[in-house]
Design a binder for this molecule. Structure first.
Ligand SMILES: [Zn+2]
Length: 440
């Protein structure tokens, strides 16, 4: 099959949960998101395969589960990394562009591989980045620094790189990752004139302390203020998208470019006792937006269950390429034959980090009705009926042993695919224990 479109622009927005943008029902003024969905597909049920940047990006860009290939963190050579695959397949026909300002997606973690032009915001940094410096990045917000570059600086980089590709008359695959919705909140609220700098710092401090595992009681009105700050980040991202749409139109490449917009994971507003994105597998952290936009695509809302594994194969499909043999997803362009998939999400940390702690491995498996969370270290599980309990508040694992057993089988198969023999042993032992307790 030939190329469907000349170019792909993949826009990923850190920490953007689906239910905070207007096209998913939130009352917020995001006209550029709406513009994008005038032509193309909105996926109403898209899931992240993990709730953190270091663990979800392997799923987005390698179409494999986070814990495969020895776990997440660094993109290793054995992972089927999309930019490398595109360069190998299309060689000099394509220019690959990567722009981000998240240390977990930097060259230090292997993300620059396969990119002709790669910008991770660290080139000019006075702080020489190393893994240990990441701690510094985490501390900077508490000291009053912005730890990330904003969308305006990243867009300058993106446009510069796209113009270079155009000047060489090449197709491009460009990926840009924004941080403007991510904590810490850097601007006081314009929407609600209640937040001064001091309060902003207090909120950021609370979030940082909670992400270190402290449990803090948060009054309801403070959660509302946090939501306002978050929404303002979403509005800034809407401007970033508008700026890109204007640019593509100006250079007459809007028709030739498929724009895919998604996020790496959501964020929590105390739904399960936390703020930001701790390593938990509840829907507020996994339900992500997913839009595939192009002037030549019909407008369609798609209800099918899809996940991040489907993104890399979709991009290969746009360029008319076969799928990499190691990829586990499918192309989302074949909307008529798309069927619900069973979504598997996982993480293995006590806080969001690039370092995997196998003893903290959590796996969730869901279909349209049921969702099972499985905690390997404590050998416990939770079961929710998403059709009546979408916020996962009522664990009914004790009432539905057959469903638990059925979903545990999928988790067992997944663990075999991950190839960690010690965990297979642990799972066998866990299943035995659950049987002994009469749980399955
Ligand atoms: Zn993230």
């Amino acid at each position: 099959m030939g190329k469907l479109f000349e170019n792909v622009l993949l826009i990923t927005i850190d920490s953007l949960r689906a239910d905070r943008i207007s096209i998913y029902g939130h009352k917020i003024d995001t006209p550029n998101f709406e513009e994008l969905t005038k032509h193309g597909y909105i996926f109403l049920n898209a899931s992240a395969n993990s709730p953190g940047t270091p663990s979800s990006f392997p799923s987005i860009l390698t179409s494999t589960y986070p814990m495969m290939y020895g776990g997440y963190g660094r993109i290793t050579n054995s992972r089927p990394y999309l930019p490398i695959y595109l360069k190998k397949s299309l060689d000099s026909e394509i220019i690959t562009i990567g722009v981000n300002s998240n240390a977990f997606l930097s060259r230090h973690f292997g993300y620059s591989m396969g990119f002709d032009m790669f910008f991770d915001g660290l080139q000019n940094s006075k702080i020489k980045m190393s893994i240990s410096n990441l701690l510094m990045v985490k501390l900077r917000p508490a000291l009053g620094y912005a730890p990330y570059l904003d969308w305006k600086k990243l867009n300058v980089r993106l446009k510069y790189s796209i113009l270079k590709a155009l000047s060489k008359e090449k197709s491009f695959f460009a990926w840009i990752h924004y941080m403007d919705v991510h904590i810490p909140y850097l601007y006081s609220s314009k929407l609600k004139n209640i937040l001064n700098k001091r309060k902003l710092r207090m909120i950021n401090n609370i979030i940082i302390r909670m992400s270190r595992g402290e449990s803090i009681n948060i009054p309801e009105n403070l959660i509302d203020e946090i939501k306002f700050l978050y929404d303002e980040g979403v509005i800034r991202i809407d401007s970033a998208i508008g700026d890109i749409l204007d640019f593509l139109e100006k250079y007459d490449i809007l028709d030739d470019t498929v724009i895919i917009v998604t996020s790496d994971h959501g964020d929590e507003f105390m739904e399960h006792g936390g703020l930001g994105h701790m390593p938990k597998l509840y829907e507020e952290l996994l339900h992500i937006p997913l839009i595939i936009s192009n002037q030549n695509l019909p407008k369609k809302k798609i209800d099918t269950l899809v996940d991040q594994l489907d993104i890399a194969p979709t991009i290969a499909d746009v360029f008319g390429l076969p799928f990499h043999s190691k990829w586990l997803g499918r192309s989302l362009l074949s909307i008529h034959s798309l069927k619900d998939k069973v979504i598997i999400s996982e993480v293995a940390n006590s806080t969001i980090s690039a370092k995997v702690d196998k003893s903290l491995w959590k796996i969730a498996v869901r279909n349209r009705k049921w969702k099972l969370h499985f905690y390997v270290s404590s050998s416990t599980s939770e079961l929710y009926d998403l059709t009546v309990d979408p916020y996962e508040l009522q664990d009914i694992s004790n009432e539905q042993p057959e469903i638990v057993q059925k979903l545990m089988k999928i988790i067992g198969d997944h663990i075999k695919n991950v190839h960690w023999s010690n965990f297979e042993y642990r799972l066998t032992r866990t299943i035995k224990n659950l049987k002994l307790k009469g749980k399955i």
